[in-house]
Design a protein around this ligand. Structure first.
Ligand SMILES: C[S@@+](CC[C@H](N)C(=O)[O-])C[C@H]1O[C@@H](n2cnc3c(N)ncnc32)[C@H](O)[C@@H]1O
Length: 267
């Protein structure tokens, strides 16, 4: 029995000896706090995002997932922010021509068609809502439709710092940072949308995916959505291969000298 359990423990999991109160010692498997690959240690993601705002000067900025407003604060453009539970701090409200806050899930927001009533194009989108890959995949599909070819979509949290952080359930007792399994969206986009320019910026703490050469008319991801969700739902980093994922993410330097590698790509 015990050897069967040990056989099931993959390299991303470790066996921990524990003794329930009064009970016999037993071994349980638990995802390890080891890093699957080198950590994202470059410039902080908010600094990179700030540079993006300065460089692109977007007319309209869309943000999915706002929380306390640390990323919202960076926008001086017309802004649409979506979060089912805003906790925006007074200091992060910022000033801009128009700010539209939608306190709802991103699925409900996109289904409402409200974005299209506000603007005919989003120039910069930051997707940082629910950290489960199927949610981020839907957010990407929906956001791309609002964009133009030369717009930029940024995805947060593609580089999990530990195996625990990459679990689908956020165990707050074991990890403060939670990326969930949105790394799968990087794999999906690389495999399914080779037409996109997709790079991962080495921004701490969990990387930023920067996507250009968008195609708002593309239906590829929608058509494959159900199959992709079924295929990736139970896949772990070890199933995919940590080395393979590290190579696919291929984190690039993201300091100011390398900034144009991400957005200097002609459309
Ligand atoms: C990591 S926080 C966003 C942090 C913020 N972008 C920043 O950089 O400071 C994630 C946010 O996503 C929101 N969220 C959770 N589920 C969501 C959903 N289905 N649609 C949109 N936002 C969601 C949460 O309420 C939370 O505030």
């Amino acid at each position: 029995m015990m050897s069967r359990l040990r056989n099931k423990v993959k390299s991303g999991l470790k066996a921990v000896k524990t003794r329930p109160e009064g009970g016999p010692a037993m071994t349980v498997s638990t995802a390890s706090d080891q890093s699957p690959f080198p950590k994202a240690e470059g410039q902080p993601y908010l600094r990179f995002l700030k540079n993006l705002h300065l460089h692109l000067q977007p007319d309209w900025y869309l943000e999915v997932g706002t929380a306390q407003g640390a990323s919202l604060k960076l926008s001086t453009s017309n802004t649409i922010a979506v979060d089912p539970r805003f906790q925006i701090l007074q200091d992060n409200l910022g000033k801009r021509p128009e700010t539209h806050l939608f306190e709802m899930t991103s699925d409900d927001f996109f289904a409402s068609g409200r974005a299209g009533q506000l603007t005919d194009r989003v120039d910069l989108a930051f997707l940082d809502g629910m950290h489960l890959f199927e949610y981020l995949l839907r957010d990407f599909i929906n956001a791309e439709k609002l964009c133009a070819r030369d717009s930029v979509i940024v995805l947060h949290d593609l580089v999990p710092p530990t195996y625990v952080a990459a679990e689908r359930d956020w165990d707050k007792a074991r990890t403060k940072l939670w990326t969930g399994d949105v790394w799968k969206v990087a794999v999906i986009l690389k495999e399914t949308r080779p037409d996109l320019d997709f790079r991962v910026a080495n921004c701490r703490p969990t990387g930023l995916g920067v996507i250009t050469r968008l195609d708002p008319s593309s239906t590829v991801l929608e058509e494959k959505y159900d199959d992709l969700v079924a295929r990736f739902m139970d896949m772990s980093i070890d199933d995919y291969g940590a080395d393979r994922l590290r190579d696919l993410l291929n984190m690039q330097r993201a300091n100011s000298r390398h900034f144009h590698d991400f957005v200097g790509v002609p459309a």
